[in-house]
Design a protein around this ligand. Sequence first.
Ligand code: NAG
Ligand code: NAG
Ligand code: NAG
Length: 375
Amino acid sequence: MTFLNPHFLTCFLYILIVLPLEFNVPSLGSASSSFQHKLSAELKETDQILSYNSSITTTHGHHGWIGPSGHRRIVVDVNGFGDFKSVQAAVDSVEVNNRMNVLIQINAGYYIEKVVVPTRKPYITFQGAGRDVTVIEWHDRASDRGPDGQQLRTYHTASVSVFANYFSARNISFKNTAPAPMPGMQGWQAVAFRISGDKAYFAGCGFYGAQDTLCDDAGRHYFKDCYIQGSIDFIFGNGRSMYKDCELHSIATEFGSIAAHGRKSPDEKTGFAFVNCRVTGSGPVYVGRAMGQYSRIVYSFTHFEDIVAHGGWDDWDHISNKNKTAFFGSYQCWGPGAAAVHGVSWARELEYEVAHPFLKKSFVNGRHWIAPSDA
Ligand SMILES: *[C@@H]1O[C@H](CO)[C@@H](O)[C@H](O)[C@H]1NC(C)=O
Ligand SMILES: *[C@@H]1O[C@H](CO)[C@@H](O)[C@H](O)[C@H]1NC(C)=O
Ligand SMILES: *[C@@H]1O[C@H](CO)[C@@H](O)[C@H](O)[C@H]1NC(C)=O
């Protein structure tokens, strides 16, 4: 764990309040035409994307800093050679309002369980033995019923959900093993991982699913050298995130899309910045969709295989003029699919000055919480 410790420098206490509002990301349906005919009911849902409410409270005086001190290591081993056999049991053993750096070492194996890291357990790291050998997986879909008899809906399907700040994960995979939906099927959103906490760091991780694999919900996040697989909107949410040196792997059959970003107003600093990534797999895929009115997605120095759909980008519904308010662009991308990323006039090849904020870890204020060697 090599986070810089910025906490001595700042006296901010970030309070994240995750509102229970939920929505389902519309299905792409059987072909591109379904992109063009969004139901108004679906629209109404997306208007309510309010899954995140943060307010910053400055603490005055000398007792303001609340940060980690000390280290604790917990070993999880599915075969019983550790402190716990399940990941959730290890998380449950961490004190509420934890103040230590807690390293949860998860030995090689398949952990078939749903895991939640609650808001009041910050500074937890999941350390796998390698993303091919340590896997946490579950199989919920949006239309499955929860304990209350209601449909789970997209955000509650995540195999692993993290609400705490300063979470990190290394060399581990997260899967949702629900089968990929056939085109047009409803209710098959199946999230592998949901990050709703602030200042989360991921290195060498795998995220496996089909529709809605990675819920990059809210907060500042950095993904380094990760592998993210899916078919429809497989990175989605309103996070403020940088994806560096990652592989974005499409398993779309007839049509798919990589990223759907939910920025709702021009005042939000959220967006998805992909830097030096590789887009691989099957297509055709849209590289970005305007889930929010002010959606922001930028690809830089990224290699695209020849799988990009005609037009490259999708305005989500064609009736709310998101093509006038979304900020979609690319900067010095390459590969056989790169030309298609310029497929619509409102997704531009950016000037260096415009692209610059999306190229550096400062996009997520990383200078204060990501060590140079981790960026
Ligand atoms: C966010 O929380 C603050 C403080 O609790 C509240 O005043 C504000 O109305 C909330 N905003 C939303 C969008 O819920
Ligand atoms: C993660 O895996 C990579 C590649 O196998 C390895 O080089 C690295 O040391 C591992 N990191 C940790 C923290 O185990
Ligand atoms: C934006 O979308 C509207 C509605 O589909 C369409 O009429 C218009 O031509 C689009 N503008 C551009 C620049 O693509």
